[in-house]
Design a protein around this ligand. Structure first.
Ligand code: ARG
Length: 268
């Protein structure tokens, strides 16, 4: 063999080797096989989408008398599942655990009246906003004319669900952090309010309507004082799943279905 042939042969071997590596890489990381299916692929394969929600927040999500998940969010997510052609399975997750549940893959999606915030979008991907919510104060009738705006809350004992944007607002407006009580859910906050252990609750408007509708002793004080948009959250880097979720949200908006679902749950 001449020196030239040896060099040529070496070059060819390197090129073939390189090509082989590229093909190998493509095959094993490729879309559509093995663990690289992506969440959307897994959901379709399973025939079921697993939803995490904190079902203590009527009329957004709660358990009805038969123990079924029901509410505005539930109707929306059922539409998404039906567009995907899969069954829907709900997991009741306490709010404090809800973000972890989707991050660690225990559930595929969380829908739970979740406000899209800057901080949350750093670790999770959010759908298009599907509802414009805002927060209000709920208190007892005797606070009428006394607590009417968040600025009036200074010195009062205020309750909210732990880890919510409402807890943040409560911290902002009571001038003493020891006056803020953070509850696992709003049923517990409501009990304390009715027993006079706290003076007011901060909560999203739709849930405030739900809370005050059931308890005539409670009322919404003043106006909505924040602007927040609800979104459905999934793990980051699940672009295909996000696309499908947004497709349904856009369809529901376009067809007027979203408005109908809103009216069904909010005008009662
Ligand atoms: N919108 C508020 C937040 O995102 C409260 C949501 C509470 N939702 C619930 N299902 N408990 O922080």
């Amino acid at each position: 063999m001449t020196k030239r042939t040896i060099i040529l042969a070496t070059i060819i071997i390197f090129i073939l080797g390189g090509l082989g590596l590229i093909l190998y890489g493509q095959f094993f990381s490729g879309n559509g096989n093995g663990q690289e299916l992506g969440r959307l692929g897994e959901i379709k394969k399973r025939g079921e989408i697993i939803i995490g929600t904190d079902a203590t927040y009527p009329p957004m999500e709660s358990l009805d008398e038969q123990g079924n998940f029901s509410g505005m969010d539930i109707d929306i997510i059922k539409e998404i599942a039906s567009d995907l052609g899969v069954e829907v399975k709900f997991k009741n997750v306490i709010w404090e655990e809800i973000f972890n549940a989707v991050k660690n893959g225990e559930v595929d999606v969380i829908i739970s009246a979740i406000t899209i915030t800057q901080e949350r979008t750093e670790t999770l991907a959010f759908s298009d906003p599907y509802f414009n919510a805002g927060q209000v104060i709920v208190s007892t009738k005797d606070k009428e004319g006394v607590i009417n705006r968040p600025e009036d809350l200074g010195g009062y004992r205020v309750g909210a669900q732990v880890g919510t944007t409402s807890e943040e607002e409560a911290r902002k407006y009571t001038n003493d952090l020891s006056l803020v009580s953070a509850y696992e859910n709003y049923d517990l906050a409501k009990e304390d309010l009715l027993e006079g252990k706290i003076d007011a609750i901060i909560i999203d408007y739709p849930a405030a309507v739900g809370m005050t509708a059931k308890d005539k002793g409670l009322q919404i004080m003043g106006d909505i004082f924040t602007q927040e948009f609800y979104g459905i959250a999934i793990q980051k880097d699940q672009q295909e799943l996000l696309l499908q979720i947004n497709k349904t949200i856009r369809r529901l908006k376009r067809e007027g279905e979203l408005k109908k679902i809103e009216e069904k749950w909010l005008s009662q």
